[in-house]
Design a protein around this ligand. Structure first.
Ligand code: ZN
Length: 148
C-alpha cells in the first residue's frame, strides 16, 4: 500500500510541477473563475465547446499542489466529454475525495491518486475547486464560484 501511495504522490507532484493544459484559451466559449478562500487557491477554467462536447480545455491560476494537480489532471480527463459526462465524472470524483464508497473508479483514470485526500477534509475543497469551476463555466455562471 505504501508503494501505491508513493506512486500517487509522484503523479500529483508531476502535475504540480508541470501542469498540463495550462494557459489562456483564445477560442473559449465558456469561462469561469473559482476561489477557495480557505486555502487561497484561485483558478480560471476555459472551455471550447463544439457540438456539445469539450474540444479544448485549459486553466490558469495559482494555488496549492493539490488544487493545481487536480485541475491539470481534470483537463486531461475532460477533453472530448459532454456536459452530462462531466457532471457524472465529478460525482465519482467527489465520492472518491470525500471517502464515500467509490464506484466506477476506472473512469477517473489517474485521478484516483486523490483518494488520499479523503483523510484531510480541509483539502477536499482544494481538490474539487477546478471541478466546481468547470460546472459554473458550463452553466455560464458569471459570478466567481467559491467553495465557502
Ligand atoms: Zn489548496
Amino acid at each position: 500500500m505504501s508503494d501505491l501511495t508513493e506512486l500517487y504522490q509522484e503523479v500529483i507532484l508531476d502535475h504540480t510541477k508541470k501542469p498540463r493544459n495550462f494557459g489562456n484559451l483564445e477560442k473559449a466559449t465558456h469561462v469561469a473563475e473559482g476561489h477557495n478562500p480557505l486555502c487561497g487557491d484561485q483558478v480560471i477554467v476555459f472551455l471550447e465547446m463544439v457540438d456539445g462536447w469539450v474540444k479544448d480545455i485549459r486553466f490558469e491560476g495559482k494555488g496549492c499542489a493539490i488544487s493545481t494537480a487536480s485541475a491539470s489532471m481534470m483537463t486531461e480527463l475532460l477533453k472530448g466529454k459532454s456536459p452530462e459526462a462531466i457532471y457524472s465524472t465529478f460525482e465519482l470524483f467527489h465520492d472518491l475525495v470525500t471517502g464515500k464508497p467509490a464506484t466506477r473508479v476506472d473512469e477517473l483514470g489517474k485521478l484516483v491518486a486523490f483518494a488520499g485526500v479523503a483523510a484531510f477534509p480541509v483539502r477536499i475543497k482544494c481538490a474539487t475547486l477546478a471541478w466546481h469551476t468547470v460546472k459554473a463555466a458550463l452553466k455560464k455562471q458569471h459570478r466567481p464560484v467559491t467553495t465557502e
